[in-house]
Design a binder for this molecule. Structure first.
Ligand code: NAP
Length: 545
């Protein structure tokens, strides 16, 4: 396999999406090849090896559901699975379904171009492969966002982005370590680095809410109960807004007397994790409800952090709770009570430059560092796709087509780019959902469409009208919530200088999205132009079948 090869389908990426796409397409008789830039499977869980990396979804539902046998044979050890355990799970999946023989590792796709006979996909090493259908499974949070700070190249210590953490680890023992960023990643890595470093300095721009995760080992009895209940758990997930198996609360918190309301919040705080969000009805649609829940979390920060000035700096006031992706933590706020941890407010005094010996702020204050860690997030959703030069009809590039922000139909296809399918693309519910649930739905829906195209010989490409209508629906869904009120959110592209401000994922809820996709399929895909190529440009011939 390799250079010059033709297959029915090329899949880019071997994380949760790419592995399932390969398994399902191959089971349906398609010839498939997966191209993966890393030298192992796992996608985000291959790269994010920073200390403390762990999933915020609980292990028993942050996994595939397509095979009950797989559910029965895999045993999770902790309530929230750590990076190594998830990577081990995905390696197990790759072995169990004999996926590796169709994955080429170490192949970084740089370009893909469509012509009348299909797609030509080119890798950085100059090799190329052809296919009829191109499926991108490149993840939403895989393009690292490193701030363009003057002087970084001359830093004499070592610096790392958490999403590209060295596999051999980083020895921070006794060293002066700085962390930039207090999103989900920063909130995970900070308490662990604080344990290891000589001194830790956190450079915080925007304070964040966080809920205790309450991680714990999973007992044999819990595993048995989950296995016995899996079918029901999966049903709840499928009917849910976020792909979690929680039933959202139906209690109007503001109607409760103060003591009962407090009890509700305290119980949710004790349960921990993303269940806190589910315990507050209308949290993301009613500002008064959100203010009340946000006040409770602000109070918890004040109770936890001993120094009042530090507590105040850590207290979020600029956005409602959960309008940015809500982090969950293990001893995050407690970490600021350590003598060897300091907090620097870089909103008040921004980072001016990295110097050979550390970080200098605009005021001139200097922080000497041996190791600098960027927990500064990702160029989300569009970054991984626009990192490749994808060209559709008439040589038009995706970068040109998306100059004012991404346009898709259902997040899965782009007008002007025939036979291209974008798993977890912008406009899909992806990152607002427990990812494996969205991924399985995207893959199954897409492969069902490919089955039809194989039978009919048609090409598929979203119509401009369907794309326009979906863009309106994505805006409508976001505006029906408080989500756009977080001005600095990566959901809006606000974290990357120069990026178009467009709400990127679909906020209408997973169940509603799934129903919309099902209606589209049942109606014969009216949002897609399904065209038959002329005899001279037959894609079936091009696929070499
Ligand atoms: P993020 O949420 O985008 O947070 C980046 C942080 O870096 C923010 O605090 C941001 O401040 C700060 N920052 C960025 N550029 C900066 C600059 N030039 N100067 C100072 N501060 C700067 O990124 P993330 O924490 O990596 O998380 C991204 C997403 O990945 C999460 O929201 C989540 O979906 C996913 N994730 C999941 C897990 C999990 O499940 N366990 C763990 C980690 C990440 P501002 O807020 O001011 O922009």
């Amino acid at each position: 396999m390799g250079d010059g090869e033709h297959t029915d389908v090329l899949v880019i990426g071997a994380g949760f999406s790419g592995l399932y796409a390969l398994h399902r397409l191959r089971s349906l008789g398609f010839s498939v090849r997966v191209l993966e830039q890393a030298d192992g499977v796992g996608g985000t869980w291959f790269w994010n090896r920073y200390p403390g990396a762990r999933c915020d979804s609980e292990s028993y539902y942050y996994c595939y559901s397509f095979d009950p046998e797989l559910e029965r044979e895999w045993t999770w050890t902790e309530r929230y699975p750590g990076q190594e355990e998830i990577r081990g799970y995905l390696e197990h999946v790759a072995d169990r379904y004999d996926l590796r023989r169709d994955i080429e590792f170490g192949v970084r796709v740089s370009a893909a171009a469509w012509d009348e006979s299909g797609w030509t996909v080119t890798a950085e090493d100059g090799s190329s492969r052809r296919c009829r259908w191109l499926v991108t499974a490149v993840g939403c949070l895989s393009a690292a966002n490193v701030p363009d700070l003057p002087g970084l190249a001359d830093f004499a210590g070592e610096w790392h982005h958490t999403g590209r953490w060295p596999h051999e680890g980083v020895d921070v023992g006794g060293k002066r370590v700085g962390v930039v960023g207090t999103g989900s990643t920063g909130i995970q890595v900070i308490p662990v680095l604080a344990e290891q470093a000589g001194h830790l300095t956190v450079f915080q721009r925007t304070p964040n809410y966080s809920i205790p995760a309450r991680n714990a080992p999973v007992s044999a009895a819990e595993t048995a109960a989950t296995r016995a209940d899996y079918a029901a758990i999966r049903r709840v997930q499928q009917a849910s807004t976020n792909g979690h198996p929680f039933v959202l609360s139906d209690v109007d918190v503001l109607d409760l007397p103060a003591d009962r309301r407090r009890e509700l919040y305290e119980a949710a705080w004790e349960r921990g994790g993303l269940r806190f969000r589910a315990a507050v009805k209308d949290l993301l649609t009613d500002r008064a409800v959100n203010d009340d829940a946000s006040d409770f979390i602000r109070e918890k920060i004040r109770e936890t952090v001993h120094d009042p000035a530090t507590a105040e700096t850590l207290t979020p006031r600029d956005h409602p709770f959960a309008t940015k992706r809500p982090p969950i933590d293990t001893h995050y706020f407690e970490t600021y009570n350590r003598d060897d941890v300091s907090l620097v407010d870089v909103k008040a005094d921004p980072i001016a430059a990295v110097t050979p010996t550390g970080v200098r702020l605009e005021s001139g204050a200097e922080h000497r560092l041996d190791v600098l860690v960027f927990a500064t997030g990702f160029d989300a959703l569009t970054g991984p796709l626009l990192g490749m030069d994808i060209r559709g009809r008439d040589g038009v590039s995706l970068r040109e087509a998306w100059a004012d922000g991404p346009r898709t139909h259902l997040g899965l296809g782009v007008s002007g780019f025939p036979d291209l399918f974008t798993i977890t693309g912008p406009g899909s519910p992806s990152v607002l959902t427990n990812m494996p649930v969205a991924i399985e739905q995207h893959v199954e829906w897409t492969t069902d469409l490919l089955l039809r195209l194989r039978d009919t010989g048609e090409r598929a490409e979203p119509t401009p009208e369907a794309e326009e209508a979906w863009a309106h629906e994505v805006v409508r869904a976001a505006e029906a919530t408080l989500l756009p009120q977080a001005a600095s959110s990566w959901y809006l592209g606000a974290n990357v200088p120069g990026k178009a401000r467009v709400f990127l994922p679909y906020a209408g809820g997973y169940a509603r999205y799934r129903d919309t996709c099902a209606e589209e399929a049942a109606a014969g895909y009216p949002g897609f132009a399904l065209t038959r190529p002329t005899a001279t440009e037959s894609p079936v011939a091009a696929a070499g079948r």
